[in-house]
Write a protein that binds this ligand. Structure first.
Ligand code: IP8
Length: 262
C-alpha cells in the first residue's frame, strides 16, 4: 500500500518523558513543542511514541520481556498496560490541543506477537482512520505473545510494521541524540553520520541504553531502521530536544540529523 505523502513519526520515550525517573514523568513542554511542529508541517502522519518512564521501569521490574513465567507477572502486565495508556492519553491530549485530530490505537488491543515479533497486526484499523482524515497514534505496549505468553512490543517494532504495511514517504525518529554516530556518542571524537546507506549502517555498533530500557535503545533502533530502509523507505534520526528539527525534517528541509537511504 504505497503512501508517498505519509510520514511515520516516532516520538522517543526518552524525549517525551523523563526516562531517568523511576516514576512516570512527562516532559510536557517538549511534547507540546513537538506536537506544534507536527501540526505546523500540515503533513499526513501516523504517530508512534515510546513508553519512557511510564513503561520501562515496570516492564523491567516484572520481567515482562521474558514472557509469562510466574503468576506475579500478570499484575505487572496489567500495571504496565495501564501506565502506558495513561501516557498515551496525555500524548493524545497534547496533540489535540495543537490542532491534530489524534486518535488512539493501543497495541494491546489490536495486535499479537509471536516470539517477540509482531504476528497479527490490525493494519485495517490504521488504514480506516487514515482514510477518515484522522491521525492514528500508537505506542510501545505490553502485549500478548502466542509463544511466550506476553512480551513488550516496542514503538520501534511498530514503526517497522507500519512502514512495511503503508510504504510511507519516510519515517522520522525523534530521539535524544542528534542522529546516528560512528561510535558511542558519549565518546570523544564521536562523529555524527549525516547520510548513510543501509549497507553501511550494519557496521555501526549502536549503544544499548544506560537506563532501564527493556527494548534495546539505539541498538534496537538501528536493527529496525535496517529493515525499514531495506524495503525502500528513507529513515531519519534526529534530536527531538532541539527546536525546529522535527519540523524541518517533516518539510524535507535540511537540518542536523542522520538520513539513512535505501
Ligand atoms: O519505549 C516499550 O516501548 P519503547 C514499551 O518504544 C514498554 O521501547 C511497555 C516498556
Amino acid at each position: 500500500m504505497l503512501n508517498d505523502d505519509l510520514i511515520i513519526v516516532k516520538l522517543g520515550g526518552s524525549v517525551i518523558t523523563d526516562k531517568k525517573s523511576e516514576t512516570p514523568k512527562l516532559r510536557t513542554a517538549v511534547l507540546r513543542r513537538l506536537a506544534k511542529e507536527i501540526a505546523a508541517s500540515g503533513k499526513r502522519t501516523i504517530i508512534v511514541h515510546g513508553a519512557g518512564s511510564f513503561g520501562h521501569p515496570l516492564a523491567k521490574k516484572y520481567k515482562l520481556n521474558d514472557g509469562l513465567i510466574e503468576e506475579s507477572q500478570k499484575k505487572g502486565f496489567a500495571l504496565t498496560q495501564a501506565s502506558v495508556r495513561r501516557l498515551n492519553l496525555k500524548v493524545i491530549d497534547v496533540l489535540q490541543n495543537a490542532g491534530i485530530s489524534a486518535i488512539s490505537l493501543p497495541p494491546g488491543a489490536i495486535l499479537k506477537c509471536r516470539g517477540g515479533k509482531v504476528a497479527e497486526f490490525g493494519a485495517g484499523a490504521f488504514d480506516g482512520y487514515l482514510r477518515a482524515g484522522l491521525v492514528p497514534v500508537t505506542f510501545g505496549d505490553a502485549v500478548i505473545d502466542e509463544s511466550k505468553g506476553f512480551c513488550i512490543c516496542s514503538g520501534d517494532l511498530l514503526v517497522e510494521k507500519l512502514a512495511c504495511e503503508f510504504e510511507p514517504e519516510k519515517v522520522i525518529f525523534a530521539a535524544d541524540v542528534d542522529g546516528i554516530f560512528d561510535r558511542n556518542p558519549a565518546e570523544r571524537y564521536a562523529k555524527l553520520l549525516r547520510e548513510i546507506s543501509v549497507g553501511k549502517i550494519g557496521k555501526i555498533a549502536g549503544e544499548k541504553s544506560r537506563h532501564t530500557d527493556v527494548t534495546g535503545g539505539m541498538k534496537g533502533k538501528i536493527e529496525s531502521i535496517k529493515r525499514i530502509v531495506a524495503k525502500g523507505t528513507q529513515a531519519v534520526v534526529l534530536n527531538g530536544n532541539k527546536k525546529g528539527r522535527l519540523l524541518s525534517a517533516l518539510l524535507g528541509k535540511e537540518t542536523v540529523c542522520t538520513k539513512v537511504e535505501p
